[in-house]
Design a protein around this ligand. Structure first.
Ligand code: HAM
Length: 451
């Protein structure tokens, strides 16, 4: 017989894990809904081109692609931003903007599996469609922070701006007399995202950048903390004459945008963050502010990035109007590794018909009485009944094994009297009661236990 294993990079979730995941989901949904976001769901697979149009090389290398029986080139979604924007273009182009959506769904990336890096993983994300203003950006970051707070997870938020980085790169290209095509610019951005300094140097040298220019780029991406904006302004101005507003005007506007977001976050939302101009993100579609959140927990090892997001424009690629949008996605599985959670032990009641080798008619009557009793108990408690026709002691042993707190026993005598025997499985005490009393007594005993 062949033993069929789980596919590499995927996981099974046993009941304890599912309880935790459902609780996290509940908390995250609740926060998003309070902020006026509405849940949407898109298909698990899409036309591959949805992702090949703009997401970038990194995602393409990792994409699960296939041709279906109708010859369509499809992909399992590696992320949910492109699908949500496709949905918007298909279904909601005329809706009043901004639209605020959130989603929770599985994603697929053919990555090298390791702790907290899987081939099937879940994202919980939110998008504001139709706005990438400082207000929208600040709201998205504050929402992500609020979700983390609600989960009691500590994370540090790092905010950068790919527009500034791209403009600075353009300035350096100009000064070095180098021209870069889109792919080459994206490549440098991805290398910055990976922190692959050696490869950046190698690539820029090969393209003919001057050593100073390479050093300046490293200088810009290392700007972090309170003075980052001031220093970035100096670097953008240098070489541009007195006020630096000529060709770098737009980059300075972007710095002001970042400044505005910083102010809204600190003064308006009270959200802590660090500016970090080295944040470049691994996806190509970002146009403006970008941010990442890193878990403070050691447990995640190298996979500490629990959230990523920013402003982007992709609707025009899918046949819609150019629509500025802003969003984020949490790596749900990474959060679940560090979510502090103790599963509440649910109260379980087992209804036990005493099925001695009684005659068939009596056995049936006992079983029916047990099912009827269970129907009543179920509107109050988690209630189980026997499905293997086992005797009393085997049923009680099972009740014990599944951690049941009470057994409601129905034998021939109980059947005749229209009563049941309620046994507290923790104390072993038992008493004869009516079904209504049984409900009340279980509730009372549970309360006194908790109290
Ligand atoms: P992303 O940074 O590629 O962004 O993914 C978001 C988060 O998903 C990451 O921060 C990480 O926690 C988690 N993640 C990514 N890959 C894996 C993996 N293989 N295993 C476990 N967790 C993983 C996006 O996908 C963008 N769509 C986010 C966004 C929304 N930007 C704007 N709106």
């Amino acid at each position: 017989m062949v033993k069929v294993e789980r596919v590499r990079g995927t996981r099974d979730f046993l009941p304890a894990e599912m309880k935790k995941r459902r609780e996290m989901e509940r908390i995250m949904r609740e926060v998003a809904i309070k902020w006026g976001y509405e849940e949407v769901q898109t298909p698990t697979f899409e036309h591959a081109e949805l992702f090949t149009l703009k997401s970038g090389e990194e995602i393409l290398k990792e994409m699960y692609e296939f041709v279906d029986k109708g010859g369509r080139h499809l992909a399992l979604r590696p992320e949910l931003t492109a699908p949500v924007i496709r949905m918007f273009v298909n279904e909601l182009k005329m809706a009043r903007k901004p639209l605020r959506f959130f989603y929770f769904g599985n994603c697929f990336r053919y990555e090298e599996p390791q702790r907290a890096r899987y081939r099937e993983f879940w994202q919980f994300g939110a998008e504001i469609i139709g706005a990438d203003s400082p207000e929208a950006q600040a709201e998205i970051i504050a929402l992500a922070h609020e979700i983390l707070n609600a989960l009691h997870i500590k994370g540090s938020i790092e905010i950068g701006h790919v527009g500034i980085l791209r403009d600075f790169l353009a300035k350096l290209s100009e000064e070095s007399g180098v021209s870069l095509n889109e792919d080459e610019k994206n490549r440098i951005m991805r290398l910055i995202d990976k922190g692959a300094k050696g490869q950046i140097e190698e690539f820029m040298r090969a393209k003919g950048f001057k050593e100073d220019a390479i050093a300046d780029l490293f200088g810009m991406v290392s700007l972090r903390g309170e003075d980052a904006l001031k220093e970035a302004r100096e670097m953008l101005r240098s070489g541009d004459g007195e006020n630096g507003e000529n060709s770098r005007g737009t980059a300075l506007d972007k710095l002001r945008e970042l400044e505005a977001v910083a102010e809204l976050l600190s003064e308006g939302y009270g959200t802590p963050f660090t500016l970090n101009l080295g944040i470049a993100r691994g996806l190509d579609y970002y146009t403006g502010l970008v941010f990442e959140i890193y878990a403070e927990a050691e447990k995640l090892g190298a996979q500490r990035q629990i959230c990523g997001g920013g402003s982007y424009r992709i609707a025009h690629l899918f046949g819609g109007e150019d629509t500025p949008s802003t969003g984020f996605a949490f790596g749900f599985d990474r959060l679940s590794e560090i979510f502090p959670f103790e599963a509440p032990s649910d109260l379980k009641v087992v209804v036990v018909p005493v099925l001695r080798k009684a005659d068939a008619g009596l056995r049936r009557d006992l079983q029916i009485a047990a099912l009827k009793t269970a129907r009543i108990l179920r509107s109050h408690f988690v209630t189980l009944t026997d499905v293997l026709g086992r005797n009393l002691s085997a049923q009680l042993a099972y009740a014990d094994a599944i951690g049941a707190s009470f057994a409601v026993i129905i034998g021939e005598r109980e059947l005749k009297e229209g009563r049941v025997t309620l046994r507290n499985l923790r104390t072993g005490e038992q008493e004869s009661v009516s079904v209504e009393e049984c409900v009340r007594k279980i509730k009372e005993q549970e309360c006194s236990k908790e109290g």
